[in-house]
Design a protein around this ligand. Structure first.
Ligand code: NAD
Length: 497
């Protein structure tokens, strides 16, 4: 295979620039004769670009470069590391227009998705820049006379990162930026439908920001080849995976096989619980946003609405009316709120889940149909927790509504799932909502809001089959560093023999 390495990356961040490359050891590697993947705009079916398919040897070269570059990078001053990460944040902000267009054409993200994904990514990268200084150690007391215990924090080493296609910029950069700030090197495999937003844009940002060669490597390619090699490569020290629970299980086994730490952000089946004393307008507003933001293709979106039987009909009627009025269409038109589903297989699964749930006895209040990849916002009533759209992570613009008759029953239904990622509880009595929220087994839960929240200073992650570990702030600093205990015996020590 003739591989042409070139120092030239894409000329700018625009959709028209040449993104047909992988980024390894500081080089934009292009190859005329290798397999490529089409990157398609889900709203129009148009091919936006092609990117090369990284194979095992490419991933191996990326790890080689990362191992080599990491030692020196870890020895640069925190001020230097923070400066590079801050500059990447500034560039991400400066190139907002291009990056937002990428979110629209590659992920099918409408304006609210562009606002939250791009804006959130800028905030998180600025926050991560400070991690260079914040990974501080401790000085602890010793049980031995004359001894001092010092606990240092060292970068973990090389971090393999694998991310999904739904919110690719944010989900990749939420690991890449902290990892780099903390003195690690990274090998990133973005998901095949979104290699630019989830990877190559990030390479371009950090290259322009002055990151030394080899510290960040981006290898687009299929999960079963490139992703599998990223998770099983013996040089990785942490494998940070965001994606489905089934793939996460395989990735964790690969990582553990060579004693890398698996950091896993997996699927969800998030309940939106509305008690009978809730402010109905607030609960419906939250229910609409939490279900339909980015067409429901979000790990933390509302998968099930659990509504007290006394307000069930009123809630369902209002939710269906609002859902039916949401504007659907091309994400580049700012009027639209609902864009396309990422591809046909995801769309077919969503439609199948809706149809099966209706066959199982649910009532279709609105939606249920599709035009190309655009699936209508769908509301289902008379749903029980064992019906298809309720017991599976449907990952679509679908609101199954389940009635309950007591707080105990709401908690029981909310917890009757293998997942434990996020959720929300609505009540006019904050203490009552808290008591319910305390009993719901999720890593994140929001009172009088909806489950789609991520904040730099709050731990992000799930219980049960929704993952292992937490992202953001001190929690991700712990995942991406290794504590090292060093003791100083300052006085002669009396040994047992
Ligand atoms: P997925 O598990 O199919 O793919 C995720 C990533 O894994 C992709 O990059 C894919 O290429 C890669 N992959 C696939 N097979 C692999 C293998 N054998 N070895 C290594 N990597 C492999 O998930 P998806 O369909 O892209 O995303 C949707 C899922 O992600 C949902 O379950 C959603 O809940 C979850 N998700 C979780 C979070 C979170 O933070 N908890 C965030 C977003 C999405």
């Amino acid at each position: 295979m003739s591989q042409q390495a070139t120092a030239q990356g894409p000329a700018d961040f625009s959709v028209d620039a040449d993104w047909d490359a992988m980024f390894v050891d500081g080089e934009w590697r292009r190859a005329a004769d290798r397999d490529r993947t089409d990157v398609t705009n889900p709203a129009t079916g148009e091919v936006i670009t092609q990117v090369p398919e990284a194979l095992e040897p490419d991933v191996d070269e990326a790890y080689e470069a990362a191992v080599e570059a990491q030692r020196e990078w870890a020895n640069t001053s925190p001020a230097e590391r923070a400066k590079v990460v801050r500059e990447a944040a500034r560039l991400l902000d400066e190139h907002a227009e291009d990056v937002r267009e990428w979110i629209a054409v590659e992920t099918g993200g409408t304006k609210p998705k562009q606002d939250i994904e791009h804006g959130g990514a800028v905030t998180f990268v600025y926050d991560a820049a400070q991690f260079a200084f914040r990974s501080s150690g401790k000085h602890n007391r010793s049980k031995i006379p004359g001894k001092d215990n010092v606990i240092k924090k060292e970068p973990a080493g090389v971090v393999g990162v694998i991310t999904p296609w739904n919110v690719p910029l944010k989900l990749s950069i939420r690991v890449v930026a902290p990892a780099i700030a903390l003195g690690n090197a990274v090998v990133l495999n973005p998901a095949s439908p979104t290699p630019v937003t989830g990877g190559l844009i990030i390479a371009n940002l950090f290259e322009e920001a002055g990151l030394p060669e080899g510290v960040l490597n981006v290898v687009p390619g299929s999960g079963s080849v490139a992703g599998d090699r990223v998770s099983s490569h013996p040089a990785s020290d942490v494998v940070a995976f965001t994606g489905s629970t089934d793939v996460g299980r395989m990735v964790a086994k690969n990582a553990i096989d060579h004693f890398a730490l698996p950091a896993l952000e997996l699927g969800g089946n998030n309940p939106h619980v509305v008690l009978e004393d809730a402010d109905l307008d607030g609960a419906v507003d939250a229910g609409i946003f939490g279900t339909f933001w980015h067409q429901g293709q979000v790990c933390i979106s509302i998968n099930r609405h659990l509504v007290h039987e006394s307000i069930y009909d009123e809630y369902a009627e209002r939710l269906a009316e609002r859902a039916a009025s949401l504007p659907i269409g091309d994400p580049r038109d700012d009027e639209n709120v609902i864009g396309p589903i990422i591809n046909e297989s995801q769309r077919d699964q969503i439609i199948e889940y809706i149809e099966r749930t209706v066959e199982e006895g649910a009532t279709l209040e609105t939606g249920g149909d599709h035009d190309g990849l655009f699936v209508e916002p769908t509301v289902l009533t008379d749903v029980t927790n064992d019906m298809t759209a309720a017991c599976n992570e449907h990952f679509g613009p679908v609101a199954p509504i389940i009635p309950f008759s007591s707080d105990d029953e709401a908690v029981e239904i909310a917890n009757d799932t293998e997942y434990g990622l996020s959720g929300s509880v609505h009540s006019g009595d904050a203490f009552r909502a808290e008591a319910v929220a305390d009993r719901i087994d999720t890593g994140m839960i929001h009172i009088n809001d909806q489950p789609v929240n991520a904040e730099p200073a709050a731990p992000f992650g799930g219980m049960k089959s929704s993952g292992v570990g937490r992202y953001n702030s001190d929690w991700i600093i712990d995942e991406l560093t290794e504590p090292k205990w060093m003791s100083f015996q300052r006085e002669p020590r009396s040994y047992h023999f």
